[in-house]
Design a binder for this molecule. Sequence first.
Ligand SMILES: [Zn+2]
Length: 227
Amino acid sequence: MKLQFFLRSPSHQTLTVTLESTQSLTLRQLKSSLLPNPQSLSSFYFTLNGKPLSDSTLLPNPQISHLSTLFLLPRVSGGGGDGGATGAESRDCYLKMYAVKKPDKVDPNEKRLGKWLNCALSNEPLREPCVIDKLGNIFNKEALVEALLGKKLPKEFRHVKGLKDMINVKLSMIPGKQSDAADGATFQCPITGLEFNGKYKFFALRNCGHVVSAKALKEVKSSACLV
Ligand SMILES: [Zn+2]
């Protein structure tokens, strides 16, 4: 007999999960199929009738009857260090779940900002040394090179075949900002001070690696290093 149950995501969407009679899996496995970011797994837990379920709970399970509803909830805890999630982490995977199911509901500002804050591959905060590819994706060089050497580059980055396909860039930190600050932009144009918040266009200068705003290039009509 098939086991069918419902799953309410943190973004209040209901998914239907169907388990064939021959299938079994743990809640942890179910969770990892829902959350694309493995780091966010510990930030969420399942509940049934308001009671938390252990991640090692095996499905099918007599506790979980046909057509019951499991809730996937973010853990609420202090900011990191205690094994719990920081607000930033859970917010991040919240957005991702949203992005998978309903792309039109993601705040475009959040998405654009993310590109300028996080490595396109590892999704970790951008830290020097950084590189960009020809499509304008920004990476932490270490993460990209590691994936390249380990032949673990996902399809969308397969155009990066070697060091020649990356441009080393120098990002200018906004004074007083930490690279892992939870809010807002981290980097800026060294000439105009425009922030990398996804609202302005930026160019990487191939020769010196400085990343400057389109506005700066327009105002200073010179191909020499402007910084
Ligand atoms: Zn320069």
